[in-house]
Design a protein around this ligand. Structure first.
Ligand code: NAD
Length: 436
């Protein structure tokens, strides 16, 4: 099939590359010329395991192309995917300006039989609005489908190639069939291809993200309660997780969720409920608990240093909002660093992939360490903000030697409190009692 994918970010690039890998002829389009020029040279602008190899392989095979020329790429396409960003607007709702610009741009060159598909996360009713706009611009009733994406950054290729399910929202079954053909190579293990209305498909994506965010905020609130009551959240997790109605997934306490999806999608859904005159009590609480959780490490640091962090050297391990990505959007580490700088502390940070992105934002306000151990030299404390594998099993004796003061604030519960105490550390974690 000839496919155009508009918006070559995390989702658009992964979608286009995976469809090319299954034999389709795909053109990825973006307004960012530097990004497109780089991709033409085989330079992938984001860190995503396995993506670079697939982009190069499929480009060399002549199945994957990159351009800024929307009209030329859309004209021959049987399927046109819309994968532009839908960030949070000033009022909390999704900002759809890029989506509307693209709909306007593609209308004049769309084939009569083309299927336009929204891959971006868009509020309920967007599909209908795109249908109306295309009717106005083309004078025809174009097929518009919704196909929300559930991939996780850090495992995007794996998730796209082996989805738990594919959800499509269509108004005609024939459109569902076209998309089913496209997805068949990825559904060989009989994972479901779920066809529903565009409105249900749009809602499904928001509900999935809101539920995952709710699980995180819930376990974080319980972890904070454990700290106050003397329980250990890790034991509690084990105690509840074996109940098959509960399970273990997404119930890890930490420093709050970040990234480009959960925060904005919870708020966008909240804004939809307000528009419909409902009170989004749960969604508001999930967001509020999360915002508070992002300060949990700074509160512990503040208590440890008696409120005086001026001149203290604080090492930060992990900047990305989660491991295996360089994405720092709404990352809890950045909230901590902001606070540390406001207190006059000196920050030395390390991250295996995200340092360039943070450097672009913070410049020389903080120092960046080449290796994880380099960050620790003379540090008064170490804060762990992202659970990269690199941080799971460091040489604790070497760490102890390097640090000025062996105080560790582990926002991801990577280590055992008893062992850390035995090694001589003052070890703080989330929802677990301190051991002297
Ligand atoms: P992104 O910011 O990485 O990429 C968006 C791309 O669209 C950018 O490269 C931008 O230059 C391009 N763009 C903007 N306006 C354009 C225009 N008029 N024409 C062509 N290109 C244009 O965003 P993303 O993370 O890939 O997210 C895209 C959508 O997918 C969002 O709705 C997001 O919520 C959703 N989503 C993201 C993820 C994720 O993990 N990142 C997962 C599932 C769904």
């Amino acid at each position: 099939m000839k496919i155009a994918v508009i918006g070559t970010g995390y989702v658009g690039l992964v979608t286009g590359t995976c469809f090319a890998d299954s034999g389709n002829d795909v053109t990825c389009i973006d307004i960012n010329e530097a990004k497109i020029e780089g991709l033409k040279r085989g330079e992938v602008p984001i860190y995503e395991p396995g993506l670079s190899e697939l982009v190069i392989h499929n480009s060399e095979a002549g199945r994957l192309h990159f351009t800024t020329d929307t009209a030329a790429a859309v004209a021959p396409a049987e399927v046109v995917y819309l994968a532009v960003g839908t960030p949070q607007g000033d009022d909390g709702a999704a900002d759809l300006s890029a989506m509307w610009a693209v709909v306007k741009a593609i209308a004049p060159s769309l084939r009569e039989d083309a299927v336009v598909v929204t891959k971006s996360t868009v509020p309920v009713g967007t599909n209908a609005r795109i249908f109306g706009m295309l009717k106005e611009f083309t004078g025809r009733e174009c097929d518009v489908a919704s196909n929300p994406e559930f991939l996780k950054e850090g495992a995007a290729i794996e998730d796209f190639m082996k989805p738990d399910r594919v959800v499509v929202g269509v108004r005609r079954p024939e459109v569902g069939d076209v998309l089913h053909q496209l997805y068949k190579p990825f559904l060989r293990t009989e994972k479901p291809f779920l066809v529903m209305s565009p409105e249900s498909a749009e809602m499904t994506k928001y509900v999935a993200n809101a539920l995952l965010a709710t699980k995180i905020s819930f376990i974080n609130e319980m972890a904070n309660l454990c700290e106050k009551m003397g329980g250990d959240i890790n034991d509690v997790r084990r105690g509840i997780g074996h109940d098959s109605r509960i399970g273990f997934a997404f119930l890890f306490p930490g420093v709050g969720y970040g990234g480009s999806c959960f925060p904005k999608d919870v708020r966008a859904l909240e804004s939809m409920t307000v528009d419909k005159e409902l009170t989004p009590a749960m969604l508001r609480a999930v967001d509020e608990v999360n915002e508070r959780q992002k300060h949990v490490v700074s509160q512990k640091l503040d208590a440890h240093f008696g409120g005086d962090l001026a001149g203290k050297k604080i090492a930060v391990w992990g900047l990305a909002f989660k491991p295996r990505t360089d994405d720092i959007r709404e990352a809890p580490a950045l909230v901590l660093i902001d606070w540390l700088l406001s207190k006059g502390a000196k920050v030395v940070a390390h991250d295996p992939e995200a340092m360039d992105n943070v450097r672009a934002e913070l410049g020389d306000k903080i120092e960046f360490a080449e290796g994880r151990m380099d960050a620790l030299k003379g540090a008064d404390a170490l804060c762990i903000m992202t659970e990269w594998k690199d941080y799971h099993s460091p040489d604790f004796a070497e760490m102890y030697q390097l640090m000025g003061d062996p105080a560790v604030f582990d926002g991801r519960n990577l280590y055992e409190p008893e062992r850390m105490a035995r090694r001589g550390y003052c070890y703080h974690s989330i929802g677990r009692p301190m051991v002297d």
